[in-house]
Design a protein around this ligand. Sequence first.
Ligand code: UDP
Ligand code: MN
Length: 503
Amino acid sequence: MAAPCSFPGQEMGNFFSSDAFPPSPGCYSNHFLEGCPLLLCKQMTYTDDLPQISVVFIFVNEALSVILRSVHSVVNHTPSHLLKEIILVDDNSDNVELKFNLDQYVNKRYPGLVKIVRNNKREGLIRARIQGWKAATSPVVGFFDAHVEFNIGWVEPALTRVKEDRKRIILPAIDNIKYNTFEVQQYANAAHGYNWGLWCMYIIPPQDWLDKGDESAPIRTPAMIGCSFVVDREYFGEIGLLDPGMEVYGGENIELGMRVWQCGGSMEVLPCSRVAHIERTKKPYNNDIDYYAKRNALRAAEVWMDDFKSHVYMAWNIPMANPGVDFGDVSERIALRQRLQCRSFKWYLENVYPEMRVYNNTVTYGEVRNSKASGYCLDQGAEEDDKAILYPCHGMSSQLVRYSSDGVLQLGPLGSTAFLPDSKCLVDDGKGRTPTLKKCEDVLRPAQRFWDFTQNGPIISRDTGRCLEVEMSKDANFGLRLVVQRCSGQKWMIRNWIKHGRH
Ligand code: UDP
Ligand code: MN
């Protein structure tokens, strides 16, 4: 699995080379405040009657110096009449310096400003944020990781947008603090999207934002990266905070995006409000965040995604009926959805995340095995080869096959947004015996990408009538070659079948 959040350039294809969306001009700086200020933001003015904010930082085993840096930064870069309090939530850290030393330091330096909440067992980031919310008393609350720095002017635009409409969740735009040099790197403006595994990623802002040509305008976003958000305190309570049944890490940031939109609110990135965050390579807590991200993603899927929840199961390649993951009890969250009378996931996709690819006509998914080659699975092989192969089964994304009701066999990881390539189609082009993988839209004769396939039966090309089969061959890898040939009765099995339940 990729890192939890992928960054522009890695995931956004030609994001930086797009003419419509020019890059930030080399915004590396040791002087955060001088790094590429947005001219339009500097010209904005704000009213005097903005609501106060409580700033919540959560941490576990963070370096003391880094926590203090976050605290100093928010004090120095927030007008004092707007900053009511700082709440530090210690999610049961082990480091002794985070106990007495931290208390003593902040109380002496900022008497009366800082509250410290200590969890006496590890709650995970989701419930840690909820603890911070419970301790907060201002009309607006900001939630941050404890390894961030605030740019000048970060709070006024955020408070203004919340004051105008209490149902808006505001995301300060994130910049990067390099973990090894603390150099700040300004990112291009982006919305926060996700893939079907519910891992967040930066995406290109909506077309109407780009067309407007105003880099200071709020950017509609389907979800949030999660390390920084600002919300009306009472409204956040009304819509159900974060899902307290989620554990450790992951998924809560996407769930909140789905929920706020489906239940009548909105979420936006505010380019004039900038917070930089240290992207670290190693986490000082539980290593198995993949497992928790999967578990939490299933909770979000079960509550908010209606029939589209199959996409989450497909992305993680787990069966829908017995997923083998105990995601706990979601009945209270389903009741919340009913109480708030929220819209469908289909509405949300169409109106808030139209860039997302959907795979609604998938009937089966997972690894595909041939009865003649036990332990081997269809695999997309090397990216540049465009040839399907057989490879020892491992169930990871290169072996993820989807077969649709119209007869398309796609091989490789489930696609996400239209900015990124979709997985390729298995094709019998009729020339030779090697099945190929092609971009589905590039297949000249559409029939070449259609196959008949039933569980424990042959896979037959609708164009040539030939079968996908396995041939034993000494000079092939593992002694097995994947071919299309005259059907000899070989049988294939695919792992999972989609069941669309009621919702
Ligand atoms: N966190 C927490 N309890 C946990 C795991 C994480 O309080 O069990 C906090 C962590 O200290 C950080 C925030 O959750 O402030 C997000 O975690 P992290 O920064 O590791 O995630 P990333 O930003 O790298 O995605
Ligand atoms: Mn972080």
